[in-house]
Design a protein around this ligand. Sequence first.
Ligand code: SAJ
Length: 417
Amino acid sequence: MSTAKTITVVGLGYIGLPLATLLADAGFRVHGVDINPARVAAVNAGAWPLDPDEYRLPELLLAVVSRGALTASTVYEAANIAIVCVPTPADERGAPDLEPLRSALDAINPPPELLIVESTLPPGTMRHEVEPRFPGTLLAHCPERVMPGWLYHNLRTVPRVIGGVTREAEDMAKRLYCCITNDDVELHRTDAATAEVVKCAENAYRYVQIAFANELALICESAGVDAWRVRDLVNTAPNHDVLRPGPGAGGPCLSKDTRFLLRARYDGPGIADSCLSGAISVNTWMPWHVAGLVNEALREAGAPTKPIVAILGTAYKADTSDQRNSPVGELVKVLHLTGVEECVFHDPNVPQLAGPLIHRLSGADAAVILAGHREYLGLDWDHLGAVMRHRVLVDARGVVWPPPEGFVFRGVGRGRI
Ligand code: SAJ
């Protein structure tokens, strides 16, 4: 595709900003749009506003801005191609909130030759929200497949789904993505409606896999066996790969996209009998289950009626600082409901919660490992236990085994033999 074409990327978050940066680096004249003036100012200053450890992107942003290949503002700038990368959140019932998308689409004027939506979409959104707004524009849905920490690598190397409303749109979108992906990367062509379902399905599939691991852990606890040993042995079977049980499936996308997919189903058994509904039930139960393990262990240890619980790891997954939809919120709510006086927090990746772990454990009646951060592997619990008021340890991530001497221990999946 000729890099003489101009591109406007709407939404400069962890989806849109790396994309805008790579397109500018590929030779296109790119304009970024964001509702956040501070984000716009950072981009125009060539100051990478996301995780500073992202590979190559901070220096690449500075380079493309310095040579005028990328600019940013809070208002849409006419272009040959527009790419929408705004959030498509869901409310607490899982109902999609399409207002950010609608606002972004309504601001795209004059219409471009090609409009691509990278945001994850509830099935049917291209047909009902995008097509009516852009009757004369080539339209495509090319769902993002990037993860914080791997943005440059993902954009260059991860296969993409190119979902065109028309074949012509598919062709043009594919030619565009060829400019930023490595030559050997597959760009899979399909229609836009299929692409919508694919994105929701790939995240729902992982969400159900996580739910299976969690339900297996609950079963193993009841059966008095070790779910982690069961998992290891199941995974010795060809084509088996049971994931890791934990305190629930946090993060910005899996649960939301599972609900988007479930809402698209109009036939079949009752929604409550859906495997997707079951996965939602199991995964959202897990913080409650962890709270139950904490209270059971506190009782066994003879802790006071208003105990203090130290929670290790507030991020939604290991070795990140991202707290979006982390299980910590639900866990703290349930602990307070069930009589825990105070929760204190430690997270090595969150500056205000980092620092020596022993300080946060001082005087605590229990410690709960909620994120499997590498800093929590191989800890000296004999040393740490010396400052705790009661030696209770609950491991929600399977990172401590065997149980440390002298502790009342519980673990997700650790059936008590
Ligand atoms: N989790 C478990 N057990 C597991 C794996 C994950 O309990 O075995 C939990 C995590 O702790 C976390 C949640 O599930 O709370 C989600 O973790 P995740 O590793 O799936 O990471 P996400 O939510 O960042 O998912 C993203 C998705 N990528 C995109 O949307 C582009 C997903 O499609 C990827 O499969 C996933 O990253 C990945 O594989 O890392």
